[in-house]
Ligand binder design. Structure first.
Ligand SMILES: [Zn+2]
Length: 205
């Protein structure tokens, strides 16, 4: 198992060129604004340049900027298929070499068995997602996928208060869902010292 944890992270870190291997899992996790989607798009472009057939997926709930593309906070973009849940990914991966899932936390625990099945079919999988929710708890299924991963990349934005790498994402406005869909104004990356978990009861997952 290869673990390539790159810390501290900034959005400007170059993506290391690595040959995508058949049936392997790469997990990219960290805080919001850490550059997870940028990393994923760079990996997909690498894979395409190697002649591999790639397909990117996003959850229907994630319509912050554009429903049909992976969109970074810097407005880079890559074609993506919107799906209502993890199972739908399996049905759209015939002939695919590399499947990418953005905002993996939206797919909940159902994503785990889907990723296993894709890997069993020889499809390489890249999953990006937030490592901790607004309550400071590990954000399923990212910890479980990290345990399964052949490669793990940590993308933590600098804490908005002190500049240290931030594993947490601070909710700055009222919240009524666990899904953590939001834009620049709703969240800030925070280190452990400057993170204040939400106090209200989270919605059931
Ligand atoms: Zn801090």
């Amino acid at each position: 198992m290869i673990r390539a944890c790159q810390t501290p992270q900034t959005q400007d870190n170059p993506v290391v060129t690595i040959q995508v291997e058949k049936g392997q899992l790469e997990v990219v996790h960290g805080s919001m604004f850490g550059g997870k989607t940028e990393h994923m798009i760079a990996r997909l472009r690498q894979a395409e340049s190697q002649g591999l057939r790639v397909r990117a997926f996003k959850h229907c709930i994630d319509d912050r900027y554009d429903p049909d593309h992976l969109i970074t906070h810097r407005q880079d973009q890559f074609d993506a298929i919107r799906v209502p849940g993890a199972e739908a990914i399996l049905r759209q991966c015939d002939g695919v070499d590399v499947a990418a899932v953005d905002e993996g936390h939206f797919f909940k625990l159902a994503l785990i068995s889907v990723v296993r099945e894709l890997m069993k079919r020889g499809i390489s999988v890249i999953v990006a997602g937030i490592s901790h929710d607004a309550w400071g708890r590990p954000f399923d299924p990212m910890p479980q996928l990290t345990e399964m991963a052949d490669r793990v990349v940590v993308k933590e934005a600098p804490c908005r208060v002190c500049g240290e790498p931030s594993p947490y994402t601070q909710r700055m406005t009222q919240i009524n869902t666990i899904h953590m869909v939001g834009g620049l104004d709703d969240y800030e990356p925070r280190c452990k010292a400057h993170f204040t978990p939400l106090s209200g009861p989270p919605e059931k997952r």
